[in-house]
Design a protein around this ligand. Structure first.
Ligand code: IMP
Ligand code: MG
Length: 214
């Protein structure tokens, strides 16, 4: 059963305009999750991971790049503060491409850059920034199952509550099945803390909502 930190609070103040490049100033509508709330939840998540893994074991943290780099770094540091786990890193670079292919057709290809020799036979924690339609995590879970990775857990910072998901999308999200979730957020585009809007805004310390380009 996934554990979650609850809903993001939509009533936070607007993003500090000085932290946003000029071309995004009119489009960053609000801070969904401020830095201190993120960091507090990440400390909780690390304590939960420490409870779930034997303290004398090894854990291979696999950040799903690009979006998860900041979250994975903070989570690993928080874990190091509460656990003696032997933490290792192997990075998975993913990219998703393809069209939605009409009725029921949420078809995307997910390219995964990770070597089996790095993870097979080990206990693995996939760390991703956000669960949206579930393409990325399903593809990673399938690939790890095909390789026979011993034990795979999935941790995501954000779980986007899609407003009108198709049955196929619901099934895919169910299969992605994160074991640990930071926050549930509404169905809006978000950026900051590693997540991007058109390649930008990854450097923001909190999570902001970004309006679609006018
Ligand atoms: P999924 O494969 O459809 O679940 O999408 C997951 C990937 O899409 C994430 O790992 C992100 O890289 C990206 N993504 C989905 N929604 C957002 C968003 O709101 N902001 C930034 N990136 C997103
Ligand atoms: Mg991603």
């Amino acid at each position: 059963m996934a554990e979650t930190g609850g809903e993001a609070n939509p009533d936070h103040p607007p993003a500090a305009p000085t932290r946003v490049p000029p071309r995004f100033r009119g489009r960053v509508s609000r801070v969904l999750i401020p830095e201190r709330v993120l960091q507090r939840r990440i400390a909780d998540m690390a304590r939960e991971l420490a409870r779930r893994h034997p303290p004398d074991g090894e854990l291979v943290i696999t950040p799903v790049l690009n979006g998860a780099f900041m979250f994975a770094a903070d989570l690993a540091r928080a874990l190091g503060a509460v656990s003696t786990l032997d933490v290792r890193f192997e990075f998975a670079k993913t990219s998703t491409y393809g069209e939605a292919l009409g009725a029921g057709g949420d078809q995307r290809r997910v390219q995964i850059d990770l070597q089996p020799a790095d993870v097979v036979g080990r206990s693995m924690l996939l760390v991703d920034d956000i669960l949206d339609h579930g393409f990325t995590l399903c593809a990673l879970r399938d690939r790890m199952a095909g390789w026979g990775v011993r034990h795979v857990q999935v941790c995501v910072l954000l779980d986007k509550q899609l407003s009108d998901p198709s049955p196929e999308t619901l099934a895919q999200r169910a299969k992605a099945a994160p074991d640990l979730i930071g926050f549930r957020i509404p169905d809006v585009w978000v950026a900051g803390y590693g997540l991007d809007a058109a390649g930008a805004l990854r450097q923001l310390p909190g999570i902001v909502a970004v309006d679609p380009e006018a």
